[in-house]
Design a binder for this molecule. Structure first.
Ligand SMILES: [Zn+2]
Length: 557
C-alpha cells in the first residue's frame, strides 16, 4: 500500500546547507496547489525533489554553476497533471495492435471499408480486432454480423466500441465461439443480442458477454503491450500528464508489461487490476503479486457494477436500450468487495445507474463493517446518476469520487434525452460533493472518451457547457482553482500519494507542467486553447514544445 517512493524518505531529505539546485524554475507564476492555492515566482529542485518554493530572489540563491535554469518568461507552471482514470495501454493498443475505428470513422459504411482493408492484409483464419467505434454511428445502429460478414468472410472479426462496453463480431467469430441460438445467455450482466429466432446478431453488451468471444483471440505478448505503453506515454507526456491511474489492467500479460516498464521509463503509474467475476477475484487475490517498483505500483482492484449510459442499472427505465442490469448479484458483489477489502488494498468500482450505486454502497458498507480498516479510501468511478441519499453515504464513508467532466461537453444533451431532466441533474455534481467535503478527482477515461488532453476536462468542470453550447445545470460549476486541485492533489489522494505529489511544495516530487497561459487568469473559453509547453518529471525535462519562449540555460554563479 505504501507508495513506491515513500513519503518518509522524501520528507527526511534535508539538503546540507548551502545547497545548489539541480534545476530552478524562475520568473513564472507557480500555481502551487498548496492548501491556500498560493502563487509563487520560482521553485528549486534537487535530486528530483522540490527543495524550495519562493520568490525569484530567494530561489536565485540556489543557482550554482551546474544548475539548469528554466526561465519561464512569465508563463505559469502547475503540478504535473494526474489522470486518475485512464486506459493508457489501450491508447497504444488501438494504434499498434488493432484496427483503429475512432473518428474519422463515423458510419457502419466506414467500418466496413476499414475491416475490408484489414481483411485483405490478414492471412485467412486470423483474427481481426478493431477498437473505437462511436455509439452514434450515422446509420443509427451498432455494427452486427450482417454488415461484417460481406467484408470479412475468411477471418473472425471482433470490434469494440469507443466506450469499451459494446462488441460486434461476424458469423465466423460466432462459429469459433460456438455461440448460436441454443447458447445460454450469461446469468447476469451481459447481453447476447439475438434476432427473433434467437440467433445471435453478432452484437454484445458488456464485458461478460463480450468475453465469450474475446477470450478466443490469441493473447498479445508482454513485449507488445510494453510497446503500446511507450507509444501512449509519448503523447500523454506532451499533454502535461505525469501520473497515471491505469484503471483496467486486464490479464497477466498487461500486468507484467507495467511491471517491466518500471525500470525502463519514468512513467509514474498506479495500476488497478480488473476482476469481472467472483472467480476472477479469487484468481487475482491468489495469483497477482502486488508489486511496488520505482515508478509503477499495484494500487488495487477494479470491478464494474454495471455497464454504461445505455445499460445502466437504474430504478426507473430510461429511453433507448432498456437492458438495465448489474454485472454482479448483490450477494456476489458483497462477497467480492469484502474479499478485496480484506487484502488491505483499495477497491475501485465502476458505477453508473442509481441502483448500481446503491448496491455498491451496500457492499462497501458491509465490507467496512465486517473488517474495519483505517482509511481504505475506496473509489467510485463515473457515479453518473446517484441519489441524494447515495451522496450522503459517500461522504459518511470517505469514499473518493472519480469524475469525467468532459462527459458533460460531449454527452449533456444525450443524458437529458436518456434519463430525463431530474436524473440528468445528478450528473457530475462537483459543487455539491466538494461542499460536502468529499474528495473528488477528475480525469479523462481516455481512450473511451474523445480526448486525453486535460484542457477540456478543466473547461467542462468550470463551465458545464456542452459542445452545442447548452449550460448544463450550471449550479454545479466549480472554480478553476478547485478544478486544478481535483486534477492534481485530489488525484494524488485517490492513490494514497498526496504526501509525495499533487502540489508544488517542499519535499514533493518535482513533476511540473508549464502552460502557454495562466489558467487562473484567463477566461474559461481560453482554456481550450491553452497548451502544455514543457513537462518536467522528477526534475528532468521530458517534453518541450517547439517554438516556446521558455529558455533553459546553465547557472552562472
Ligand atoms: Zn474507464
Amino acid at each position: 500500500m505504501t507508495s513506491a517512493i515513500s513519503a518518509q524518505v522524501l520528507k527526511s531529505r534535508t539538503f546540507q546547507e548551502p545547497w545548489d539546485a539541480d534545476m530552478v524554475l524562475v520568473n513564472g507564476d507557480i500555481l502551487t496547489v498548496d492548501s491556500t492555492d498560493s502563487v509563487q515566482e520560482a521553485v528549486a529542485v534537487k535530486d528530483g525533489i522540490i527543495g524550495e518554493v519562493g520568490t525569484n530572489d530567494e530561489i536565485s540563491e540556489r543557482i550554482g554553476r551546474s544548475t539548469e535554469v528554466v526561465d519561464l518568461k512569465g508563463k505559469a507552471a502547475t503540478p504535473g497533471i494526474i489522470d486518475s482514470h485512464l486506459h493508457l495501454m489501450i491508447y497504444g493498443e488501438q494504434d499498434l495492435l488493432y484496427v483503429n475505428l475512432r473518428p474519422p470513422v463515423t458510419s457502419i459504411r466506414d467500418i466496413q471499408q476499414v475491416v475490408k482493408e484489414a481483411a485483405s492484409k490478414t492471412p485467412k483464419g486470423e483474427w481481426i480486432e478493431g477498437y473505437g467505434y462511436i455509439m452514434n454511428l450515422e446509420e443509427g445502429k451498432l455494427p452486427e454480423k450482417y454488415e461484417l460478414d460481406p467484408v470479412s468472410p475468411d477471418n473472425p472479426v471482433f470490434l469494440t466500441s469507443m466506450d469499451g462496453h459494446y462488441g460486434s463480431c461476424n458469423q465466423y467469430a460466432l462459429d469459433e465461439a460456438g455461440i448460436d441460438a441454443n447458447f445460454p445467455d450469461p446469468p447476469t450482466g451481459g447481453v447476447i443480442v439475438r434476432d427473433k429466432n434467437r440467433n445471435p446478431t453478432g452484437l454484445f453488451y458488456n464485458h461478460i458477454a463480450m468475453n465469450l468471444v474475446r477470450r478466443l483471440i490469441p493473447k498479445h505478448t508482454t513485449e507488445e503491450y510494453k510497446k503500446c505503453l511507450f507509444y501512449a506515454y509519448e503523447d500523454h507526456i506532451a499533454a502535461g500528464i505525469t501520473s497515471y491511474h491505469a484503471a483496467l489492467v486486464a490479464g497477466e500479460e498487461r500486468y507484467n508489461a507495467y511491471k517491466e516498464i518500471d525500470l525502463q521509463s519514468e512513467m509514474r503509474a498506479s495500476i488497478y487490476y480488473m476482476s469481472e467475476t467472483l472467480k476472477d477475484v479469487d484468481h487475482a487475490v491468489n495469483t497477482i503479486k502486488p508489486f511496488s517498483g520505482k515508478m509503477v505500483r499495484f494500487a488495487g482492484w477494479k470491478l464494474q457494477t454495471d455497464g454504461t449510459f445505455l445499460t445502466a442499472y437504474t430504478y426507473n427505465p430510461h429511453n433507448g436500450v432498456t437492458h438495465t442490469m448489474a454485472n454482479w448479484t448483490s450477494k456476489n458483489l458483497k462477497e467480492g468487495i469484502l474479499q478485496l477489502h480484506k487484502t488491505g488494498y483499495q477497491v475501485k468500482i465502476h458505477v453508473v445507474g442509481d441502483k448500481a450505486i446503491d448496491m455498491t454502497l451496500d457492499a462497501i458498507e458491509y465490507a467496512v463493517k465486517s473488517a474495519p480498516r483505517k482509511d481504505p479510501r475506496h473509489r467510485l468511478e463515473h457515479l453518473i446518476i446517484p441519489t441524494d441519499d447515495a451522496l450522503k453515504r459517500i461522504a459518511q464513508n470517505n469514499i473518493v469520487v472519480s469524475y469525467q467532466p468532459a462527459m458533460i461537453y460531449f454527452g449533456g444533451e444525450e443524458a437529458i434525452n436518456l434519463y430525463g431532466e431530474e436524473r440528468a441533474q445528478r450528473f457530475v455534481r462537483l459543487r455539491t460533493l466538494l461542499d460536502m467535503g468529499v474528495t473528488v478527482c477528475i480525469n479523462t477515461d481516455s481512450p473511451t472518451s474523445k480526448t486525453y488532453k486535460p484542457q477540456l476536462t478543466l473547461y467542462s468542470a468550470v463551465t458545464r457547457k456542452t459542445l452545442r453550447g447548452m449550460d448544463f445545470f450550471p449550479k454545479e460549476k466549480i472554480s478553476i482553482q478547485e478544478a486544478l486541485r481535483c486534477y492534481t492533489i485530489n488525484g494524488a489522494y485517490a492513490s494514497f500519494e498526496d504526501d509525495i505529489k499533487g502540489s508544488i511544495e517542499k519535499g514533493k516530487l518535482a513533476d511540473f507542467v508549464i502552460w502557454s497561459h495562466n489558467m487562473y487568469k484567463i477566461r474559461p473559453e481560453r482554456l481550450l486553447r491553452m497548451e502544455a509547453e514543457m513537462t518536467i518529471i522528477g526534475g528532468v525535462i521530458k517534453y518541450r514544445k517547439d517554438g516556446t519562449r521558455i529558455t533553459v540555460h546553465k547557472g552562472t554563479q
